[in-house]
Design a protein. Structure first.
Length: 169
């Protein structure tokens, strides 16, 4: 009798989808029978005399999926996926995923914010200061993020909402 060949294990992947394809990709994962998670939040848009309610992805462009190694090619079948990123530490990932699921299920209002640490270089992505670069001075300030912008060997402290900041490498 030949020795038993171990079945390849399934691995969690961070699936980076093509633009606006998160829900279609999640439907594909469900059709294939793969465990997956797409964090959806309620959004409200107000137009002149109408109010539209819809669900949108909490993490635009990303779906998390547990994919068996021998069936990995199936996730690329409908050209919805840009790339699949392997999760290096699955235990930590699963803890974080459980936290995200609990937060989404709580019903509290939430929004996605960049992780900003003191000294992190950032670029202003919106508003009248669009394009300026500086450093995060105090990310804990509840009135907004304070960044330092060098001008003539001086520092200017400007309060900018965290939503308008993009971390730089």
């Amino acid at each position: 009798m030949p020795p038993a060949v171990p079945e390849p294990a399934a691995a969690w992947l961070v699936c980076h989808t093509r633009p606006r394809c998160e829900k279609k990709f999640a439907a594909l994962m469900a059709a294939e029978g793969f465990e997956h998670y797409l964090a959806l939040v309620q959004s409200v848009r107000r137009y002149r005399q109408q109010t539209k309610r819809f669900t949108k992805p909490l993490f635009p462009g990303y779906v998390f999926a547990l994919v068996p190694a021998e069936r990995k090619a199936r996730i690329y079948q409908q050209d919805l996926l840009a790339r699949a990123i392997p999760v290096p530490d699955e235990a930590a990932f699963l803890r974080q995923l459980a936290d995200v699921k609990a937060i989404v299920a709580s019903g509290f209002e939430l929004s996605l914010m960049p992780l900003l640490a003191k000294g992190r270089r950032v670029k202003i992505a919106g508003g009248p200061l669009h394009g300026l670069e500086g450093y995060v001075d105090n990310p804990a300030n509840p009135a907004g993020i304070v960044i330092a912008v060098d001008v003539l060997q001086q520092g200017l402290l400007v309060k900018v909402p965290a939503a308008n900041l993009t971390p730089l490498p």
